[in-house]
Design a protein around this ligand. Structure first.
Ligand code: CMP
Length: 140
């Protein structure tokens, strides 16, 4: 097992309900370290650029509008197998399918307003981290 870094976003449905601390506690309880974090209000264009891989999906416009609707908290999580571990802690994309104890089971409102985003592979983690952070901002 290797120490990895992954990009996490606490989404507008969660920041709006003041859940940042409770979500961060889930990460920390799972052994993930928050080594960078900032609160941003994305423009729709920035959200669209971040989610460009989904540009052809029917939910793309709705996704970008939602991600720009209120502030997000972007963060870098570090730990053993951090990418897979974060996906475990988040739970399934659709909260209806998420396991008990996961962030999405406890907090998500719907498949769109699902409280958190996490990178899905090492290559995407590197690209997504570089989208929001410079190397100087990562303090492991
Ligand atoms: P995320 O892990 O951030 O990656 C892409 C996002 O698209 C996903 O979480 C969901 O929030 C969103 N998404 C996926 N499927 C749908 C859908 N059917 N309707 C609306 N949003 C969706």
């Amino acid at each position: 097992m290797a120490i990895e870094r992954t990009l996490s976003i606490i989404k507008p449905d969660a920041t709006r309900r003041n859940l940042t601390g409770r979500i961060n506690a889930k990460f920390e309880d799972a052994g993930l370290r928050i080594i960078a974090q900032k609160r941003l209000h994305l423009t729709k264009a920035q959200a669209g650029q971040f989610y460009a891989v989904h540009a052809e999906r029917p939910f793309y416009d709705e996704l970008c509008t939602f991600m720009a609707s209120e502030p997000v908290v972007v963060q870098v999580l570090e730990g053993e197998s951090a990418i897979a571990k974060n996906r475990e802690v988040m739970g399934a994309t659709n909260p209806a399918n998420a396991d008990d104890g996961t962030i999405r089971k406890e907090f998500a409102l719907s498949v769109g307003e699902n409280s958190v985003h996490g990178s899905d592979a090492p290559e995407t983690a590197a690209v997504e981290i570089a989208f929001f952070f410079s190397g100087l901002e990562l303090v492991g």
